[in-house]
Ligand binder design. Sequence first.
Ligand code: PGD
Length: 770
Amino acid sequence: MAGQQRRHVHLTHWGAAEIETDGRQLTSVRPWREDPDPSRILENLAAAHRHPTRIGQPYIRRGWLEHGPGAAARGSDAFVPVRWDTALDLLAGELRRVYDRYGPDAVFGGSYGWASAGRFHHAQSQLHRFLNCLGGYVRSVNNYSYGTSAVLLPHIVGDAGAVLGGATAWPVIAEHTDLIVAFGGLSPKNSAVASGGIGRHVMGPSLSAAVARGCRLVSVSPLRTDTDARLGAEWIAPVPGTDAALMLALCHVLDAEGLADHGFLDRYTVGYPQFIAYVRGDADGMPKTPAWAAALTGVPAGRIRELARQLAAGRTLVTVSWSLQRAEHGEQPVWLGLVLAAMLGQIGLPGGGFGHGYGSTSDVGLARRLSAPRLPQGANGIDSYIPVARIADMLLQPGAAYDYNGQRRRYPDVKLVYWCGGNPFHHHQNLARLREAFTRPQTVVVHDPFWTATARHADIVLPSTMSVERDDFGAGSGDSTLFAMPQLTEPHAQARDDYAAFAAVAERLGAGKSFTEGRTADEWLRHLYGQWRARMRAAGHEMPSFAAFWDGGSLEIPVPDPRQVLLSAFRRDPARSPLRTPSGKIEIFSAVIDGFGYPDCPGHPVWLEPSEWLGGRPVRYPLQLVANQPRRRLHSQLDVGAYSQEGKIGGREPAAMNPSDAAARGIVDQSVVRLFNDRGSCLAGVTLTEDVRPGVVQLSTGAWYDPDPADPSFCRHGNPNVLTADRPSSALSQGNTGQLAMIDIEPYGPVPPEVSVHRPPVTAEPAGKP
Ligand code: PGD
């Protein structure tokens, strides 16, 4: 393929791109011309594609190769390059050993992660299908994006998918909304990305249209940049983690001033009396007044009172970002956002009501499309799972009991961990603890295109192709454009598609036929497309032939209701379109949750003091870290790319803090600093800005974890997850709480150590050579 000029639109999680290649390199990457608001993250693609941290061939960790399964030196050992056949034989042998000796309950295939756009080569789906062919695996449920809401929403409003996929569409907001109050903001950087991809970014243009019509925005966040400055939003900056208190006070004012819509509450909700008794302080003697909330949030009581009146004055959308639930007691702000909207009585009306995740990903606010083609994953032979963020607990405490969503469960005893398409050493909290947890399994297998921190903590490492190196088609999970994604370059070195690797191992284990069904990857694409086309035809939609689709480059999947309004059918007729809650209504009080008896998530939303926050006593670490999503890449993906690298300061991940906090510590702009707490420390390059609330430090996730060899709790590069706590959001949801942590920060005196993670790891002599 080298030397062959190619040019095609290609889909990524952060947008579609018009890519030109010479068959080997990406010679030009430009945004798709139909995207009205493309993301600069595309600029990472070309340099990352041929970066030295691509994995060029299979590797086996030296200790594992020489001594067999076991963890000694995992994470610091050298890697031995091996031939594909050797790696596949070793992997097949190890899978056979573990399945025979321990069964599928000992194989963890949860493998959380976003991998790449593309429906067939979706890494997790491939892995799950493969492990299902071997008898099954321990899976993970929920996600790191909205894992807390995913458990809460079914109890209170029916199901998470309905709220996210059914969100009121952007054109309706642009046309009808008078006021958007965005708890957690409407982040332009987060709306640049969507799982599975996004063709047209419409949030920015839609908000501009709303504002041009006269819609006002209030952005509630410790970071001013959480809403695009060009929209002229009012910035309210509460103490991080106190949005629930602010919302309770807004409810208090609506109640006290007779602004609550009792007609709506009576008809469409249950449990308002219990909730409002709490707000009034009937039981605890503490009315949740603006003065009460001002002391917790730092937002003046007068502004809270005035905001409540503004909420009730017109068509208001109350929206809560996903980031707010990525915290201890993360259920509360989400539940309260819904309750606040219910009190305003506009749920189900165009442009009013509730939203969750606008600005958290670009597909919330896209009207729901019909289904897209996808790879069937087969059936799992066992029913063993963990809530996804309990990975370290599972590995560290096999057999231990824990609570989850009304159940008392036990962790399985996992011997083999298989990761394909995710990076836990990016996404999980308290990385030193995760590293300890990764010393427990006998074997860790990772497929990835890059030498990520997770690949460096594996025993068997297989090099995957990137999406530009294979034929596929892709549509984002909420987007309606299905793109043909023809292969643009030859694979890097000896990288192979995950599908090819799994097929070869399955063959060795006698499961080749069930995994491949006798199809090549190309035949799978045609098969999946054909099945989908038949389904669409049965539903009355004629779609082009595969050849016509492939030649045309993209097609539009039908969208039944482009102007969808969240819960409009329920509003029209709650008896005929009840919610899938026990009462069929919005549950302001949930008897089910109440019945679980969890102190950290009672039966109606409340203010609960987090274990660590700016108002906490005693003060050990005085600054609040906000570990949010990065602007210059998606998660940890393509951190070696040009746009991500351009943002580094002194080679470190950029952090931002208020000049007043910096001055108190002798920290100067653009210098290298050390962030620390009891769990760990990391370096970062600091920017001083009034856009960060005093008392707060912002450091995004996704800088590749670069542990000091002598101290894995010290990251030389700037991964904030060495600082965050591996503490669940609550017993209800067991979600991750990576967004917030208490820290301190100081100038870094010595010459900063080299960041080594952007070079490949140490490799040993190939097996069998002198
Ligand atoms: P990615 O960096 O997207 O992070 O965590 P996630 O694990 O999804 O990892 C995807 C990996 O897949 C990359 O290493 C990439 O190279 C690899 N990959 C890409 N394509 C392929 C392929 O075709 N085959 C294979 N085998 N691999 C491939 C993200 C997670 O992080 C998420 S979703 C959220 S929302 C969380 N957010 C936070 C947060 O706000 N704060 C903190 N502190 N921590 C978080 N972690 C979470």
